[in-house]
Design a binder for this molecule. Sequence first.
Ligand code: GAP
Length: 516
Amino acid sequence: MAKQLLTMETLVTLCKRRGFVFQSSEIYGGYAGFFDFGPLGVELKNNIKRAWWQDFVHGRDDIVGLDSSIIMHPRTWEASGHVAGFADPMTDCRETKKRYRADQIFVSPVTIVEMVAGAVPEMIGSVAFMEDATADEIVKRAKVLRDSLEKKNCKVIEEKLAEKREFDKVPEAELATILGPDATKPGSLTPARQFKLMFETHVGALQDASSVAYLRPETAQGIFNNYKNVLDTGRVKVPFGIAQIGKAFRNEITPRNFLFRSREFEQMEIEYFISPDADWKALHRKWIDTCIDWYVSIGLPREGIKEDVHPQEKLAHYAKACTDLTFQFPHGQQELEGIAVRGNFDLTQHQQYSGKNLEYFDEEKKTRYLPHVIEPSFGVERAFLAVLTSAYDEDEVPNDKGVAEKRVLLRFAPKVAPYKVAVFPLLKNKPELVERADRIYKRLQKRWSAFWDASGAIGRRYRRQDEIGTPWCVTIDFDTIEKDGSVTIRDRDTTKQVRVNENDVVAWIAEKMGEN
Ligand code: GAP
């Protein structure tokens, strides 16, 4: 299926129907920006994290792991700059009571002209719209503005709408003439103001300013806090990395697009420490390529991944460079991961705020320095969504009666698939089939997540597994018990079946998994 035809709604519905992802607190009407991972979702998520840890920690000699606490000393966030500056501009709509990220809204001027000869075009104000609005949607909004000013008999000059400005750069005096993204009359948007993104809590018995602490908005600072501990207790030498997977929390103004922007999510981050005189450009490039290869290894199509290089003037003051990897999600080509070159900003700050010497002693060169850092920062949920988007497919296969039927399937790479294999006794009321199938199932279960299904027509059982992305289905039939002990193994993607001896099933799957 062409990916551009896949909508987020289709994915959300599939995720709910098959137990991948549920809205948090659904029985209470849901809680915006929070999600729960169901039986299949937790398997998929864990498999993504396991693959990451295998490839970036176990599979490398230069990276070690860490699991730091979520709540850290509040000074951490002063040093990192988050207390002072981790905020997004927001604007409220007084009419609809909706709230928007002011840097994600754009504004276009609306010019109309009366439909009579010689009429002079008139600029009547502007329309504000979300960054992903289509040209047609912007025209529609322009017509709402025109109608609200009771100028229905005029024509909107569509070409003039092409001019686009960022909302938070618009002078306050103009706000009265701007129609909000969902409003019916102009003048309802408030001036942009900063909205703090860190969730605050209190630690200890007192609930006052002295006990304020934060839920970490990134895992990275836990790594910087522990950099010296790792250095002093491990056998690492620059260049080396510290990797961490863990929860992060951001009070996003507008959590949107399903898992893409949520308020509680997981990051998989690496701080890769390098010498100040290392060729950081070459190392940055290498990290970008390594990350892309990793996404391809978990099933993303190479052509869906693009690089978005941050222009020098938009870089954070401490960053030397930053490249986002973007992916073709159902809602557009959007950020999947950031790979930043952070210089030694963080260690410098922590050294200053903690008063502890964080320098690295280079034994060969007999010099001391604060290492610089390259930071690949992956989002687990974005990887999850990208894997689902890549895997989703629809095709037609013959049903039990030989009639072509639409099939929905998830073509997961086997290593991330929630279940690797399903086992079916052909008939559930034949104890000899069930008992033989159970033996094979138990053997498979020792090694992989396996699924047992004894009910319904075989075709329907295949369909159910296709829809949750199980790569192989093993069926135990009468040939198994009466003839040669062979079973069928059916491939999800091709629907082709092969016969394999029941004693060879584990080895057969291990080989397909690349685990032999
Ligand atoms: N330590 C650097 C850092 O946190 P970031 O660009 O703010 O950088 C890194 O976040 C990654 O974390 C993003 O590329 C994305 O994958 C994920 N991420 C950030 N905010 C998120 C959110 N609200 N919901 C889901 N994932 C998010």
